[in-house]
Design a protein around this ligand. Sequence first.
Ligand code: SAM
Ligand code: DTB
Ligand code: SF4
Length: 330
Amino acid sequence: MSIQLRHDWTLDEIRAIHELPLMELVHRAQGVHRQAWGEPEVQLCALLSIKTGGCPEDCGYCAQSVHHKTELKAEKLMGPEEILAEARIARDQGATRFCMGAAWRDAPEGSRFEQVLAAIRGVRELGMEACVTLGMLTQEQADRLAEAGLTSYNHNLDTGESYYGRIVSTHTYADRQATLERVRKAGIQICCGGIIGMGEKPEHRWELLRTLAAHRPHPESVPINALVPIAGTPLADQPPTSTVEMVRMIATARILMPRSRVRLAAGRLMMSDEAQLLCFLAGANSIFFGDRLLTTGNPNFDADKSLLAEAGLRPSAPHAWQPGAAVADD
Ligand code: SAM
Ligand code: DTB
Ligand code: SF4
């Protein structure tokens, strides 16, 4: 039976899935996952902060905003050679995608943009998929990223539209959606997901999932982050996200967007091996691989390799997924 991809999920339908008894939810998600992807395997994505801190936006969760008094020291954009040295290390450890993050409101014009393009070309020459997250883009910038061979652009919607204004005031949900449209128009794959544990209600999570699934095609990757509380930010004292909440979010994303890579993203350092395995069972098939996220830690290469090996979970093959063509939809 072929998989039916839908873009018209209602909040009621999403709620009904998300609130299923956990074993039923995981069972259904695993069924969808098997049908869409076959044998479980996990994509290993390395992440590097190529320009850290000093961001003018006020996202309440973020260590890199100038509006919050965090410990972080702002740094200049890294040069392409320095970036590529990190990409080579990650590739040699088994990463197949290299993701580069920059703390900008919007991508810059001029020489800094050219440097990012050079880094993208270099990553592609290493035989890896390349992903960047640079903030908002113009259409011309999106087109130039595509020309440089960019596989995927990360731009998260982070939470439900009705809660977004509680988290960020310096840009809007509509701004985020406009950039996503430009990325899609340029022919670049979309990586778009969110964060749970920011004080939102379950309704806001369903709303986010509805918006993501309404995209045509679905985003090719959907990172699900658990808030990593950062001292000095307005969300520093949020209670930790439970494993069950993470599993519910991942399983529901898997059922709504069968062909998307669902990434168990930030927050793995706070989770046991067993909790992470439950997320894979619920349909996660991608992780950040390497001991740093952007400004916080992540399990190291060896810890992840042994977790995957112990569970008999194969890392997905390099190039299993060719750039250029959207694959999350028919
Ligand atoms: N400035 C760009 C932007 O906002 O799109 C790129 C960098 S931004 C740090 C990328 C994403 O990281 C955010 O959209 C958010 O989903 C995630 N993120 C940032 N800080 C986080 C935290 N403390 N916990 C969990 N996820 C976080
Ligand atoms: C995504 O969804 N999560 C990544 C990546 N895309 C850019 C970032 C996680 C950041 C976690 C907090 C930090 O390290 O600052
Ligand atoms: Fe800036 Fe991105 Fe952090 Fe928001 S999430 S403050 S835009 S780096």
